[in-house]
Design a protein around this ligand. Structure first.
Ligand code: FAD
Length: 459
């Protein structure tokens, strides 16, 4: 795996004679988003400090067997665990799609490596470590340093206050702050009338690690998206019964014959009762031991001080131009990684390339008024299409369009056709073979095209 080459077109939109402006930039978080952002910012000539509160890079991909003191994840004083990974987690995207575009996630030899196409979480962590080593990112990271506040103090100057491992709090000034704190740590739970009196246990998937605690139990699982589909498969092996409550019943997934007798699909929960029963919207009543919320996460930026310019309202972070820049604070403040139902790393690459290019003045942003008008039009469009506010950053139907908009703006290559084909195929295959899609696939031609593409970077 020799050093990959940056995109040939990387800086093509810079007017040739103008030198790039170099800024001092704080990146908050050393997960995949922060690592990729640090690389893009560094390549653009900025001086970068990455603040990371834990002792290692990788964020989500650093598995912890521990769970929080409140398994539901709602008590503000609970002990916190950042990662939401479960022990058995294998990626839900094939590795060809997952990697940074010019540093493909190809199998590597070595102890503990997992060459599978849908590898275990540890392999992703190792890939991120390879990436960080390759591009010298670790030297930029201040480990054990939690950002406790970040705010604008004068035009173009941001104060970042941070707590070190010793407990000491200090601050430093930056020209810009890039927020990469991850969006899968703050549980969002279903509101259930009567739940306070219900005697059973509740847990959010953020604190699910393995199926053993659910052996022999009747489990109600709310939500059947990425985590819900995976966790249900494990639970079905050990639980007595698994009841899945989701908005679109069954959601088109085909389940294996061996487990079908243990699982029931329901609409959402209507109420929970003192006697341990749970009533679904269709009137069905189930006496259950555990409710497992696989209901996703909330955006959470407790350190951000913007005087109300940027808010999180019903899980809409806004106003943000193209999910990245708050018009009134751009380009000094930006967010990398907010959109979900996407292929994350290539998106981080494009978003942070844009941020880096705007900060260096290689790429111009529209005026504040035009950006705000764009955000307004976007919100109106969501409303007209009946998309609720909490799905503002969901990209299921517009990911490729968004990526290509970013790519065109940055002068990067468009999202390749094989990627689109592989992404769509993976979803179809998952629906048809929920229990086996990670080991049984028929998109060999697309894999071939992927590796042809990767040869540009790996030979
Ligand atoms: P994170 O990885 O969460 O990193 C954020 C970092 O910020 C952390 O290291 C944290 O310690 C640090 N931080 C937070 N607050 C502060 C602060 N105040 N000061 C300093 N540091 C701070 N993606 C895929 O591509 N394929 C998959 O198969 C896949 N499966 C997933 C399965 C699960 C269960 C989950 C939860 C996510 C999955 N993802 C998957 C998405 C995954 O989250 C992204 O791939 C990516 O790792 C997100 O990176 P990030 O940098 O945005 O956030």
């Amino acid at each position: 795996h020799p050093p990959p080459q940056p995109y040939a077109m990387q800086h093509s939109s810079n007017s040739q004679s103008q030198p790039l402006t170099s800024r001092r930039v704080a990146v908050i978080g050393a997960g995949a988003g922060g690592l990729v952002s640090a690389r893009e910012l560094g390549r653009e000539g900025h001086s970068v400090v990455v603040f990371e509160r834990s002792s290692q890079i990788g964020g989500t991909w650093v598995y912890s067997p521990e769970i929080e003191s409140d398994p539901l994840g709602v008590d503000p004083n609970r002990t916190r665990i950042h990662s939401s990974l479960y022990k058995s987690l294998r990626t839900n995207l094939p590795r060809e799609l997952m990697g940074v575009r010019d540093y493909p996630f190809v199998p590597r030899e070595g102890e503990g490596r997992d060459p599978r196409r849908f590898p275990s979480h540890l392999e992703v962590l190792k890939y991120l470590e390879d990436f960080a080593n390759e591009f010298g990112i670790c030297e930029l990271v201040r480990f054990g340093t939690e950002v406790v506040s970040a705010g604008l103090v004068e035009v173009g100057k941001w104060r970042v206050r941070f707590r070190c491992e010793s407990g000491d709090v200090d601050d430093e000034m930056f020209d810009a702050v890039v927020v990469c704190v991850g969006n899968y740590s703050q549980p969002r739970v279903a509101e259930i009338p009567g739940i306070d009196e219900w005697p059973g246990e509740q847990i959010h998937s953020h604190n699910y690690r393995d199926p053993e605690p659910f052996r022999g139990k009747v489990v109600i699982l709310i939500g059947f998206s990425s985590s819900g589909t995976d966790i249900s498969q494990e639970l079905l092996v050990v639980a007595k019964e698994v009841h899945i409550a989701c908005r679109s019943a069954k959601t088109g997934f085909l389940l294996a014959e061996s487990v079908i007798s243990k699982v029931s699909f329901h609409p959402m929960i209507k109420s929970a009762r003192k006697d341990g029963t749970v009533v679904f919207e269709d009137g069905c009543v189930v006496s259950a031991d555990v409710i497992l919320h696989c209901t996703g996460y909330k955006y959470h930026f407790p350190f951000l001080e913007t005087n109300g310019i940027v808010t999180v309202d019903d899980n809409r972070v806004g106003p943000l131009y193209k999910h990245v820049f708050p018009p009134a604070l751009a380009p000094g403040l930006s967010f990398v990684g907010l959109p979900f139902k996407v292929v994350p790393l290539p998106m981080f690459e494009l978003q942070s390339n844009w941020v880096a290019g705007v900060l260096s003045k290689r790429i111009a942003l529209p005026s504040k008024e035009l950006m705000l008008a764009d955000v307004k039009a976007f919100y109106a469009d969501l409303e007209a299409n009946g998309k609720p506010k909490h799905r503002t950053h969901e990209m299921s139907d517009c990911m490729v369009e968004y990526f290509n908009w970013l790519a065109a703006t940055c002068g990067c290559p468009a999202y390749e056709e094989w990627r689109k084909g592989m992404y769509d195929y993976t979803h179809v295959n998952k629906r048809a073979n929920l229990g086996s899609y990670r080991d049984d696939w028929h998109d060999d031609e697309l894999i071939h095209q992927a590796y042809e593409e990767f040869r540009k970077y790996t030979t």
